[in-house]
Design a protein around this ligand. Structure first.
Ligand code: OOG
Ligand code: NI
Length: 448
């Protein structure tokens, strides 16, 4: 490899910064949300020195305030396939398959994200990427029309496509090329206040499902939200109104816990924004919103099955207070502390050598059981952060922004194969990835 190539990590970092700057310009409320989250994170860290020390010692503090994910929606296999190649330049790979059609949202999705520990630490930027499933549109003529409109657009600039080719051919990008790659790729995700179709077509597609109009009628696939990570989502939700932001009714995901589980999310409603239809007619479109999240420990398949069952059992409350209360009750059987979560094989952990362990590698040499090494004070275990998404939560977020319109789509079945065919690759299994990282960290500690 040529030493002058810019690393994928550094292109991803540059890109996520550029995306954040663009979105702050486009949606000023996002800037307000960033300030609120940073303030709450500071408060939590000063109130909980143990948490601060742990994050600092694991080198996790630095990523906290840059951490964010975004979401985009595309309309065709060709677009998804191009995105896969483009994101690979930034070290982001498709992890997980999410079927949202069960919940009445005509898309299936993956998350492009870094997969290695060092890359995640440097900058974990992720993009939740959904592919519209035109086959779920009930009206046949509209389905054909949507296909035609999508076939005519190219959401990537010519320079962006040329740089991708260069990168794939020469094996990397130099500094100047990396900078223009970031600039050109950003264009794909910019907001366009102008549709490619006339008002009548827009309204016909929106009448099928507002999501369809959002994907089909614009010249690009605008970023629809960016999500900062908070250490206390309940506090941010409570403070949002005093910052002029109205949160959605319910916080999605598990309840508040001593050891935070998986992912909790909330969002503010999509803004109604002026658009100009092709031909000059003025209208409005709602697509872009704000979201915050609190990340917790990644669960094993066993832990995840328990989570899914309890979430189903709890159902949906009317308001956040009663919903959270009910969740807490139902989740009371889920082990509350790290030791039990680990011993029952419900969650993934990262292993670290203690001071003692570092001084006495010979004592670790013969050990295979991490528990014995922990008991002997040679090893410590810390929850591995969940880097992915939750389909029920994602559906809730989609619906809080899109559900209050008409819907004429059929409920589809999951179709992972079809998605992977469009993508041009298989999606990586997230559970296998955590398993591997856990094994790796243990092997490193035990000097294997
Ligand atoms: C994506 C909604 C899902 C999440 O964090 O689960 C999502 C979208 O609206 O395109 O962002
Ligand atoms: Ni999101």
């Amino acid at each position: 490899m040529n030493q002058n190539w810019v690393t994928a990590d550094s292109i991803r970092e540059g890109f996520s910064q550029a995306m954040s700057a663009m979105y702050q310009q486009e949606v000023p409320q996002y800037g307000t949300l960033l300030k609120l989250v940073a303030q709450v994170n500071d408060e939590v860290l000063s109130q909980q020195p143990a948490l601060r020390n742990r994050l600092a010692s694991q080198d996790e503090l630095a990523r906290l305030n840059v951490e964010r994910h975004g979401a985009i929606r595309v309309g065709s296999a060709g677009e998804l396939n191009m995105l896969r190649r483009l994101f690979a330049v930034m070290g982001m790979f498709p992890v997980g398959y999410y079927d949202l059609s069960q919940a009445g949202v005509p898309v299936h999705s993956t998350a492009f994200r870094p997969v290695e520990r060092a890359a995640l630490k440097r900058n974990p930027f992720r993009l939740f990427t959904s592919l519209l499933r035109l086959e779920l549109i009930e009206s046949q003529p509209l389905r054909a029309q949507a296909r035609q409109i999508l076939a005519k657009r190219d959401i990537f600039t010519p320079q962006c496509q040329a740089l991708l080719q260069t990168c794939e051919q020469q094996g990397g990008l130099d500094e100047a090329q990396a900078q223009s790659f970031i600039r050109e790729l950003l264009e794909t995700f910019r907001w366009h206040g102008q549709t490619t179709v006339d008002g009548e077509t827009y309204r016909a597609l929106a009448a099928q499902h507002r999501l369809i109009a959002d994907v089909v009628c614009f010249p690009g696939c605008h970023i629809n939200h960016l999500t900062p990570r908070t250490l206390d989502i309940d506090r941010v939700q409570a403070l949002m109104p005093s910052y002029g932001i109205t949160p959605k009714a319910l916080i999605e995901g598990p309840p508040r816990r001593d050891v935070p589980l998986l992912l909790r999310q909330t969002s503010f409603k999509a803004l109604e924004e002026p658009v100009r239809f092709h031909g000059g007619e003025q209208g409005a479109h709602t697509a872009r919103f704000g979201e915050i999240e609190q990340r917790g420990v990644a669960l094993t398949a066993k832990g995840r099955a328990l989570y899914d069952g309890l979430l189903r059992e709890a159902g949906q409350g009317e308001d956040n207070l009663s919903h959270q209360r009910r969740l807490s009750e139902v989740f009371s059987i889920f082990p509350h502390n790290e030791i039990t979560l680990r011993q029952q094989g419900l969650a993934f952990f990262q292993y670290y050598l203690t001071e003692n362990g570092r001084r006495h590698p010979e004592r670790l040499a013969g050990l295979t059981d991490p528990q014995r090494a922990i008991d002997q004070g040679l090893l410590s275990a810390s929850p591995m952060i969940y880097e992915d998404f939750l389909p029920v939560s994602a559906a809730g977020i989609f619906q809080s922004n899109l559900a209050d319109g008409p819907r004429s789509i059929t409920q589809g079945a999951a179709s992972r194969e079809q998605f992977e065919q469009a993508l041009g690759a298989q999606v990586i299994d997230e559970i296998a990835l955590y398993e591997e990282l856990q094994q790796q960290s243990l092997a490193e500690c035990l000097g294997k």
